[in-house]
Every structure is written in C-alpha cells, then in structure tokens.
Design a protein around this ligand. Structure first.
Ligand code: FE2
Length: 197
C-alpha cells in the first residue's frame, strides 16, 4: 500500500494542476497513474521541509501542507555528489518523485517532482533532454537559463526549460519549494551538471 500521506500529496497536486492553466497547459494531468510503493528514504532537507515556515498563497497551501505532512514517508533523492555541489548544498537540498517512471505513483505520461532548496544556495548550470516546468509553491528563487533573461520567481510563478536548454538556479534570502514537471523524450533520465548538452 502506498502511504496515505503521499496519496494526499498526489490529490493536492492533482487539484492544483487541474485548476492552473500554466500547469495543465504544459501537460494534462496523467491518466495512467498507478500506486507503485517506494520505500521512504530520509535526507537532511526532509526535516527542513517538515518545519518550513514560509507563507504560501491560498491556492498552494493545501499542496504545501500535504508535502510537509508526508516528508517522513517520501523517498528523498539528491542527484549530485559532494564533489559536484559541496556538503552544504547536499545538507539543504532534496527532492522526491511524486509520480513518474520511478515515483511513488507510476506514470509514463508525465513526471512530477517535489523539490526543495534552502536559502543562499547556488544550483549550478545543468541540463537534461526532458522539457521542464518549474512551479514555485513557496519561497522564491532566481532562475537562469541560456537564451532567457534571469527571473526571480515566487509562489504561483512558472519557468519553462526547453529540451537540453542549460539552466541554473540561485536562492537568496529564503528557501524555495517547487513542483517540477518533466515531459517528452528523456523523461526517465537524470539531469547532468554542466552547460554542454
Ligand atoms: Fe532542470
């Protein structure tokens, strides 16, 4: 059985996704979702998310509250090594795949992550084949991408990355909690550090 708190996260994701044209316009909510139990895995950032005190707008709050309540049940990941990003980054960043090829809920149509970065972190340039949409749930971050103007985004705002478009992200005086979608070719891959596609 998939944990009920993760089912609540999925329900909240679906509600926001279906009510938000910026999200449903990127990809419709997947219709092939099936529970695919994945064991919990803790990282230090999970505790930071559980204790997150950031204000979120009303339409994001059920999703943020469901995430905070489910942190102990999620399979948290960190794609990068300490050599790549440093110990402080690894201690204050983490994500889990809510739905997708290897998520708590299985889908081949779309991949959806919950991802968190603490304040004052530099997520250096990286790239991946899948097309991506970031949606800020709480906090803020500055988004950088080759060929696009930098933009500091807060709750309810989105950032699109084209296939293989190198991008980076910097948090300033507050953390950021995001809902991240991947679609298309390369959806099951991992991002790679560096600017070269
Ligand atoms: Fe990305």
């Amino acid at each position: 059985m998939t944990n009920t708190s993760l089912a609540h996260v999925l329900d909240a994701a679906r509600a926001l996704h279906q009510a938000t044209p910026l999200l449903s316009g990127f990809a419709p909510w997947p219709v092939d979702i099936m529970p695919a139990p994945v064991a919990p895995l803790h990282v230090p950032a999970a505790d930071l998310v559980a204790a997150l005190g950031l204000a979120a707008p009303a339409r994001c709050r059920p999703f943020v509250d469901a995430i905070r309540a489910a942190t102990a049940h999620a399979h948290w990941k960190r794609t990068y090594t300490e050599a790549e990003v440093g110990a402080d980054f690894l201690a204050r960043y983490g994500y889990f795949e809510l739905f997708g090829p290897t998520g708590h809920f299985h889908s081949h149509q779309l991949r959806g992550y919950i991802a968190y970065w603490g304040e004052g972190l530099n997520y250096d340039w990286h790239h991946h084949e899948a097309e991506e949409l970031y949606f800020v749930l709480a906090g803020s971050a500055e988004f950088l991408a080759e060929g696009s103007a930098p933009a500091r985004l807060g709750p309810g705002q989105t950032r699109h990355h084209a296939a293989n478009q190198p991008h980076a992200m910097v948090t300033h005086d507050e953390p950021v909690l995001t809902y991240v979608l991947w679609r298309g070719a390369g959806m099951a891959d991992l991002p790679k550090m560096g600017r070269a596609a």
